[in-house]
Design a protein around this ligand. Structure first.
Ligand code: FES
Length: 170
C-alpha cells in the first residue's frame, strides 16, 4: 500500500466517497473561477467552507495549490477570522446558559442531562454530527431561566426531564 493510500481518509460507503468527490469538484470550480483575481482568497475560503462544512488541513492544501499560494497564507487567514472553522460543525448547536440566573435555577442539571443523553461534553459533537454542546453566559431571558438555545430557537424554563423530547424535534 502506498504512503498516499495509507493516509487517505477511510470513507464508510461509496455514497460518502461520491459526496466527497462532488464537494471537491465544486471547490475546484470555485478556485478556477477566482484564482486569477487578486484579493479573492476570502471569497474562495467562504465558498469552500459552505460546500465542505469546514476547512481541514487537507482542504487548505488543495486551496493553497489551486490558488498558487503558500499554505501558511491560507492557514493564517483562516485562523485570523472567527467565522472560519477547521473542525466540523454539528447540524445543531445547543447553547446551554450557565449565567447566574440559569445556574441558580438548574442550568447545570440541564448541562449534565444533555451530556448524558448525547454522550458528549461541551465543545464536542456527536458521532453523527447532529448535535454539539456549548456553554454560554446569559441569553438575555433570565426571568424565564433556565434557558437553552438550539440553533436560533430559544427554549425557556427548560425541564431536564423533557430534554429528550425537545431534542427529538431536531
Ligand atoms: S442567566 Fe441565563 S438567560 Fe440570563
Amino acid at each position: 500500500m502506498s504512503e498516499e493510500t495509507k493516509n487517505a481518509p477511510v470513507l464508510e460507503t461509496t455514497d460518502e466517497a461520491e459526496e466527497e468527490r462532488q464537494k471537491l469538484a465544486a471547490i475546484a470550480e470555485v478556485i478556477d473561477t477566482y484564482k486569477d483575481q487578486p484579493g479573492s482568497l476570502i471569497k474562495v475560503l467562504h465558498a469552500a467552507q459552505n460546500i465542505y462544512g469546514y476547512l481541514p488541513l487537507s482542504l487548505q492544501k488543495v486551496i493553497a495549490t489551486g490558488m498558487n499560494m503558500p499554505l501558511s497564507t491560507i492557514s493564517g487567514v483562516i485562523s485570523f477570522y472567527a467565522f472560519f472553522s477547521t473542525t466540523p460543525k454539528a447540524d445543531n448547536t445547543i447553547k446551554v446558559c450557565l449565567g447566574t440566573a440559569c445556574y441558580v435555577r438548574g442550568g447545570q442539571k440541564i448541562m449534565d442531562r444533555l451530556q448524558n443523553i448525547l454522550g458528549i461534553k461541551p465543545g464536542e459533537l456527536t458521532e453523527d454530527r447532529k448535535f454539539s454542546i456549548e456553554v454560554t453566559r446569559c441569553l438575555g431571558a433570565c426571568g424565564l431561566a433556565p434557558v437553552i438555545m438550539v440553533n436560533d430557537d430559544v427554549h425557556q424554563q427548560v425541564n431536564p426531564d423533557k430534554l429528550e423530547k425537545l431534542l427529538a424535534a431536531y
